[in-house]
Design a protein around this ligand. Structure first.
Ligand code: PMP
Length: 361
């Protein structure tokens, strides 16, 4: 067996020790005589797995007691609709910040339900920066303000949290959740698809302040009502049981890494190594992203000579460095270096990049 360093944007690498534990427990979880996949979600074994995962997530993120944690399905993409359906609460307008492809998708969906006020957009600059807060044209009456703290495709990450006063702040944290400490109390709602920093695909986590739920738009489907899921502890219907279990193992792994503060130290170091390799390549590699908002999780870069892209990718793959091709809308390369990417994976990539530049420069 040879495991590769997989730089996929998601689904992405999982910690090896988590996979090994899941493997060891595959046929018989904790003497139950069955796999977690085979358990009733209402049985006491599974209920204990689910509760422990939630408790661990609450602990590592410091989630206050007046927030619900929901373990849903449908991906982050379903949240693009669920957020206006649940959070408009009699208001007509919602504020959105447009900093990339995922913001734009959230905006497009929200327009089906709300009068969307785009407070700032970096589209004209090809989504390579974060708009200064003092340029935002916020509506004091907006039901909420939505933004995307980390844009996965173009690798643009906010280094700060907007201060929106009484307007609840809503964040699509799909590709940055659990990468660094966060003050949850600054947010009305945080959501994330699991398949990057949490666990396998199929699970979507929503953390929502409890006073914001319970007033949906008319005709909102039952399954899209946060209150229904909250009142039923995410077991109104069958949840993504195995993904939830694996997420629980990942939360325990994060605790072993020193929690989010520990993760942040490692993540910042990994990212700096990669950006430094790009910056010190004499222009062989380039980062398209403004220096003050370069993502710790998704690092896009281009080769000055795009004719070398193919050779770069195939020689990297030969060294066990896979899935480095950039998103089709950007081209070039993208290295996604989520929590579970070991630092040695980044070190190996950096030395490969240096060798490749020397050979082809
Ligand atoms: N938002 C962001 C920031 C993402 O990176 C992604 C997926 N790459 C999505 C939303 C969509 O997530 P899902 O596939 O879980 O619907």
């Amino acid at each position: 067996m040879k495991r590769v360093f997989n730089f996929s944007a998601g689904p992405a690498m999982l910690p090896q020790s988590v996979l090994e534990q899941a493997q060891a427990e595959m046929l018989d979880w904790n003497g139950s005589g069955m796999s977690v996949m085979e358990m009733s979600h209402r049985g006491k074994e599974y209920m204990s797995i689910a509760a422990e995962a939630e408790a661990d997530l609450r602990e590592i993120m410091g989630i206050p007691g007046n927030y619900k944690v929901l373990f849903l399905q449908g991906g982050a993409s379903s949240q693009f609709a669920m957020i206006p359906q649940n959070l408009l609460r009699g208001k007509g307008t919602a504020d959105y910040v447009d900093t990339g492809d995922w913001s734009a998708k959230a905006i497009k969906e929200a327009k089906k339900y709300a009068n969307v006020n785009v407070v700032a957009s970096t589209k004209d600059g090809n989504y390579t920066s974060v708009p200064a807060f003092d340029t935002w044209k916020c509506d004091a009456n907006a039901a909420y303000l939505h933004y995307t703290p980390n844009e996965t495709i173009r690798g643009v990450e906010f280094a700060w949290v907007p201060e929106t006063g009484d307007v609840p702040l809503v964040a699509d944290m799909s590709s940055t959740i659990l990468s660094r400490p966060l003050d949850v109390s600054k947010f009305g709602l945080i959501y994330a698809g699991a398949q990057k920093n949490i666990g396998p695909a199929g699970l979507t986590i929503v953390i929502v302040r409890d006073d914001l739920i319970g007033e949906t738009l008319p005709d909102t489907p039952t399954m899209f009502d946060y209150k229904i899921h909250a009142d039923n502890e995410s077991m109104y219907n069958t949840p993504a049981t195995y993904s939830w279990y694996l997420a629980g193992l990942v939360f325990k792994w994060i605790k072993q890494q020193g929690g989010l503060a520990g993760m942040a130290v490692i993540n910042e170091r990994k990212a700096q190594k990669l950006y430094t390799a790009i910056e010190t390549s004499d222009g062989f590699y380039k980062s398209p992203v403004a220096a003050d908002c370069r993502s710790w999780m998704n690092v896009p870069f281009t080769l000055a000579n795009a004719d070398l892209d193919k050779a770069f990718l195939s020689e990297a793959a030969q060294q066990g460095l896979t899935t480095l091709k950039g998103h089709r809308s950007v081209g070039g390369m993208r290295a996604s270096i989520y929590n579970a990417m070991p630092e040695v994976g980044v070190d190996t990539l950096v030395s490969f990049m240096q060798d490749f530049a020397q050979k082809n420069g």
